[in-house]
Unconditional design. Sequence first.
Length: 788
Amino acid sequence: MVLVGAGIVGCALADELTERGFTDVTVLDQAQWLAAGGSSSHAPGLVFQTNSCRSMTAFARYTVEKYTGLGCFDQIGGLEIATTETRLADLARRHGWATSWGVESRLIDADEVAALHPLVDRDKVLGGFLIPSDGLAKPVLAAEIQARRAIERGARFEFGQKVVAVETAGGRVTGVRTETDSYPADIVVSCAGMWGPVLGEMVGLTIPLVPMAHQYAFTGDVVAAAGGSAAISTESLARQPILRHQDADLYFRSHGEALGIGAYGHRPMPIAARDITGSEEPFTKEDFEPSWDAAVELIPSLAEAGLDRGFNGLFSFTSDGMPLLGEHPGLPGFWVAEAVWITHSAGVAKAMAEWIVDGQPELDLHSSDLNRFEQVQLAPDYVLERSCQNFVEVYDVLHPLQPMESPRPIRTSPFYERQKALGAFFLEASGWERPHWYEANASLPEVAEVPERGEWASRYWSPICGAEALVTRKRVAMFDMTPLKRLEVSGPGALEFLQRMTTNNLNRKPGAVVYTLLLDETGGVRSDLTIARLDHTTFQVGANGNLDLAWLTKHAPDDVFLRDITAGTCCIGLWGPLARDLVERIPNTLDTAKGYFTGQKAFIKNVPVTALRLSYVGELGWELYTTADLGPKLWDTLWEAGQELGVIAAGRGAFTSLRLEKGYRSWGADMTDEHDPFEAGLGFAVRKDKDFLGKEALDKRTSDKKLTCLTIDDPHSVVMGSEPVYHQGKPVGYVTSAAYGYTTGLNIAYAWLPEGVDEVEIEYFGERVKARAAQEPLFDPEMKRLRG
Ligand code: FAD
Ligand code: THG
């Protein structure tokens, strides 16, 4: 196996692979020494573990633990401070994430901030967030120690070897070529950091990252500048926690008598990967000036200490801020581990080694997976613009629903003009414009029935969402389901293939629709699908995203054809007790008596549709699919026929609330490949009498936790997901999805909790709200609505 790049990621991966007995590892780097050529060479190594994403925090926890054990980590703690009320509230939210993901931390007041970091002007600070296990990694030392361990186990490191080509034969990787040599290998892992796109080009793989400059500067002597203050010496400086001042896009650490200041406040300075000549660019002092002023404002003695020198260091940014991990979808054997911080390096390396050696990482990696992007998200302009925006927002307080503002719109469904005319408020998902609610529904009397909620939960929300949910249960509504990923699986081997890949029985008559699960080799839930058998050899798969397509493609034999039909088709979810009446007002050939979970082809007046009798919102009705050209016609036909029945268009806000009332899980939020179907409450979709991928492992799995339905006592405390859950004062789990149930009047949260836990508290912005486990589903447990 060849690893390209001996930065911290390549070295950590060599260590993790050889530790697992995979000792035939050669690490190549174009530079002359370890961690010398790229970003790792000058990274100051701050490790703040807290992240909104659970797996990112897990990567960081492992990095801290490992580097501490290896003697290349200084656990001096991490301190994030607030100088604004908004930030202060956000620190409480971050404390929640840390607790949810198992990192001990606490919120502290301004006096304690000043005591911990005496250089900080106490009067500028409102409070802080202290993470005692954070600290400083020594990146070059960490690379060296891990490389040495790997070498002791048989790995080779070769320097001055620039990889210029990846060799392939028979659709597989066979090795790499450098300027002078050839290295045969059946597995090549690109750990080339910000040069990733160049390596990707060699194998026709778009690597959606952008190298960008980030300014780092050194001050003069702050110990002297502090004027002999007893609290400040070189020794005390070295013990002070690493400091983040996110309101000014700054972070700080000590270097002897000086401070190092990292700044994200400047303009984005992207550079094309192929144009990189060194790991840093000359310091552009004018870009640093506002950051310097903000630094002096927080730490007054810097005025005296002065600015000594700085540089514009280069490292990778991605469109969503997450790493790029995984295997080339079209070239087995070519792997990628890029856009990884020092903070996550060892954790990522461990996951990659598990993935390559065992076929499956322990952690859920869906949000870092290389294959997570839609094609439109790989356009160079998109990658550049969104990565730059991500740089700008790196320390911003971001609402979980906040969409990127540009480039938009990109993907619009055929109903877009109709939706705009109804005053749709759009959010973005996988590039799609997706209505969240419609202002046209502001005059519904139901709006007045919707309870108020706190400021944070009111963002990207309107009481209209509640009215739309109420009307869906009372009358009938049209939901745009176009963004739902749809695949056509066909060919002589289609049935056998889907039977092997999924847990439920698909060997049913054409016209059957089946809810089923994709498991991985460990029995974890990779996705949940609805599969409609359209004819003997053709299936329509309702999926969750691009990862499903990549997974199925990877496993599909030659006699199975897979096609992503999402963009060429569209879908309206027509749901509510009057859905049948609505259809019957239109000349149609739909057999409206056909039961729940059936599919049929029919005409709704002029529009040929595939109608699937199912509903994620738990109401009578159909998902009506047609080709994109007929979308507006389908919309108009249903809309006109529904006028007398009081049909409305309803958005995602209502949808999420309705699905949680019905207890339907959302893959990626409620369950991932870390969870087995039974603990996720999806055991009903697993057929014991059938063989499928992951079955053997599933039979051996045990579990002591459960995806639990909670109701929150206070109807106004609407939580958003990822909050920690406490039982008898101790954190025991975390919230996955949450929404107020408008039609049940119940405030709902789903959470992973130990089995048997009943009365709990959810921490929300530092406050505890009471919640209790409830029998699910909360709405229509007898399925009267759906089967009606
Ligand atoms: P690199 O260290 O860049 O290694 C990639 C290697 O691949 C290089 O050695 C390069 O020579 C080699 N290579 C590339 N192409 C080829 C080829 N064709 N053939 C052979 N070899 C090749 N992260 C933190 O977590 N905390 C921080 O405080 C922090 N601060 C930072 C401050 C600055 C100023 C900068 C620039 C970055 C900072 N980072 C920080 C980010 C961090 O440095 C990087 O994310 C990390 O070092 C990336 O490691 P890597 O191994 O992927 O890449
Ligand atoms: N529609 C279609 N495909 C999809 C979804 C969808 N694929 C992805 C995602 N959504 C899958 N999630 C669900 C969740 C629940 C149900 C359908 C899709 C559902 N469940 C019934 C239940 O639990 O009562 C299943 C009953 C049964 O197995 O008979 O309806 O929204 N096309």
